[in-house]
Design a protein around this ligand. Sequence first.
Ligand code: IPE
Ligand code: IPE
Ligand code: MG
Length: 250
Amino acid sequence: MRLRMDLKSQINLEKVPRHIAIIMDGNGRWAKQHGKPRVFGHRNGVKAVRETTEAAAELGIQHLTLYAFSTENWNRPKLEVNALMTLLVETIQAEVNTLNKNDIRLTAIGDIAKLPERSYRALQDGMEKTRNNKRMNLILALNYSAKWEILNAARELAAKVEAGQLKPADIDEKKFINALSTKGIPDPELLIRTSGENRISNFLLWQIAYAELYFTPTLWPDFQKEHLYQAIIDYQHRERRFGKISEQLV
Ligand code: IPE
Ligand code: IPE
Ligand code: MG
């Protein structure tokens, strides 16, 4: 507890990231360590989601994106996929009141229309019931793939060109950004991945062009508030140069 207080007090609240994105990884290995089936890891991963969401909101983070299910994850054993989809429904239904109490809005990115009917409906319901909340935007990446998102944007812009509404020469960063599923959301300044894997796994490829990357060996179910504090402190000690040299930054 003392450690937690100490870490939190090291954070400069005026310079917290506006947007933090997290690749929540390591549930399966955590379960294995505990001699339990993988699903047990996913269930305990929900606790980490709760902790992290609460900590982020308390710090005044405006957007928190959590990678919950990638398009590649459909290739897992059917039993695990079904368990994850059921867990999604149960979690949203169980948490919607807490989200409202804490003024947190639930949104989603990814090809959510292709989720199983029940998961899709629970998600829509959760988003609808929290849509007026203002304190923080909790964005679930579900059936998400960054390549899918970029291709989609290209297709949308190409269709506008074909319809004569847009000239190819007029396609700039702003138009492209507005065709992504993260439209209206600032790019994450900080990307965290747990479980010791040092890769991006098809997550937010466009949006992390200048994000600070933070990799931690902590397995997702073990991730607690102090782990988030530690990542933010690390981020705040970095120099973000955006191509310039140190001396140009004030
Ligand atoms: C992350 O944990 C959760 C999802 C991808 C849904 P994993 O299930 O990938 O756990 P590991 O990587 O196998 O330990
Ligand atoms: C990335 O984790 C996807 C999510 C966290 C939802 P994975 O465990 O699926 O990533 P890889 O396949 O090991 O790269
Ligand atoms: Mg994994």
